[in-house]
Design a protein around this ligand. Structure first.
Ligand SMILES: Cc1cc2nc3c(=O)[nH]c(=O)nc-3n(C[C@H](O)[C@H](O)[C@H](O)COP(=O)(O)O)c2cc1C
Ligand SMILES: O=C(O)C(=O)c1ccccc1
Length: 338
């Protein structure tokens, strides 16, 4: 799917989607780290018909594979995020809409599937609140607050290509203010826990923090009353050299101690990667680039294909490991390679 996407994309846009920060060590390591885990299956457990349904914040999804928030789907396909949402709706999973989406959240919602909204809290609190209210009104079911981006990462491919902004005709439609002007997305170096508390007062939606890697932050997240954490390094696009997400997961799981659902993204490319993440304590995973490749290659069908394949592989992996449902995936079913 990546090869088909690459053949269709402007090389600078391919680089924007595929690239990471700095030397791209973390980008590579997210995938390589899954390579270091092996499955220790159980036998004679009669897994029977598998059941992949996953409950999150009161909603039931058909699969624990969700769509990660990624910017600028209009660069990948003319129908942009609307096509992505159709693909996700078809498989019965959540699409997390990026604040940097090129389609208005109201139009993305017309695809009919469950949506969450990803937020970069803006220094302008009035505007931030209006974006949150807009996402709520469009029917988004949770708020995913990205906390790994006090400044923008150093994406050297983009610097080399001179890729700075969207081409004419594409805009961050969810950054329109009440005057109709489209604002630039600001990364806020002053973002702190007090802003999470402020957000808590602004919305009744579940709040997830995306970009947690340190167990101490996971404990603080619990203490501040958030509803979930996403173990993520932004797909290696923020700080290069940061720990791979599947390597960071066990300590976060231990710190949270079952008090919140923990999601993971970064490097998930196979159903067996999903299986490993769930066995290590994640409730669900999100996929970023594979969904973009599906979208660029084949629009909504391509997105559906990618999500369906990951789900089918997970289903088969569960059966072969002796598990009927995600909850049966316990830590003893995986081992780190020496
Ligand atoms: C092209 C691209 C754009 C992204 N845009 C956003 C974004 O707008 N907001 C955000 O929180 N994360 C963003 N991310 C990070 C993803 O949500 C996710 O953490 C990452 O892609 C997961 O890794 P994977 O691509 O290996 O699956 C982006 C990632 C990519 C590849
Ligand atoms: O978050 C990102 O990785 C990203 O690529 C992005 C691009 C433009 C605006 C916001 C985020």
């Amino acid at each position: 799917m990546a090869a088909r996407a690459r053949a269709r994309l402007d090389p600078a846009h391919w680089d924007f989607f595929a690239g990471g920060a700095g030397n791209e060590r973390t980008l590579r390591d997210n995938e390589d780290a899954f390579e270091r885990w092996r499955i220790v299956p159980r036998v004679l457990r009669s897994p029977g018909e598998r059941d992949l349904r996953t409950s999150l914040f009161g909603d039931e999804l058909a699969t624990p594979v969700l769509v990660a928030p990624t910017a600028f789907h209009g660069l990948a396909h003319p129908a942009g995020e609307v096509a992505t949402a159709r693909g996700a709706a078809d498989v019965g999973t959540v699409m997390v809409v990026s604040m940097a989406a090129t389609a208005p959240v109201e139009r993305i919602a017309m695809a009919g599937g469950p949506l969450w909204f990803q937020l970069y809290p803006q220094p302008d609190l009035t505007f931030t609140e209006s974006v949150v209210k807009r996402a709520e009104a469009a029917g988004c079911r949770a708020l995913v607050v990205t906390v790994d981006s006090p400044v923008f990462g150093r994406r050297e491919r983009d610097l080399r290509n001179g890729f700075l902004d969207l081409p004419p005709g594409l805009l961050c439609e969810n950054m329109r203010d009440d005057t109709g002007r489209v604002r630039n997305i600001a990364m806020d170096p002053d973002l702190g826990w007090q802003r999470i508390e402020w957000l808590r007062g602004v919305t009744g939606l579940p709040i997830l923090l995306k970009g947690v890697l340190h167990p101490a932050d996971a404990r603080l997240a619990v203490a501040h009353g958030v509803d979930g954490v996403v173990v993520s390094n932004h797909g290696g696009r923020q700080l290069d050299g940061v720990v791979a997400t599947v390597d960071a997961l066990p300590a976060v799981v231990e710190a949270v101690g079952g008090r919140l659902p923990i999601l993971l993204d970064g490097g998930v490319r196979r159903g067996t990667d999903v299986l490993v993440a769930l066995a290590l304590g994640a409730t669900a995973v999100l996929v970023g680039r594979p969904v973009l490749w599906g979208l660029a290659a084949d629009g909504a069908d391509g997105v559906r294909n990618v999500l369906q394949r990951l789900t089918t592989e997970l289903d088969q992996g569960l059966a072969l490991a002796g598990a009927a449902r995600p909850a049966d995936l316990t830590g003893d079913l995986v081992v780190a390679r020496p």
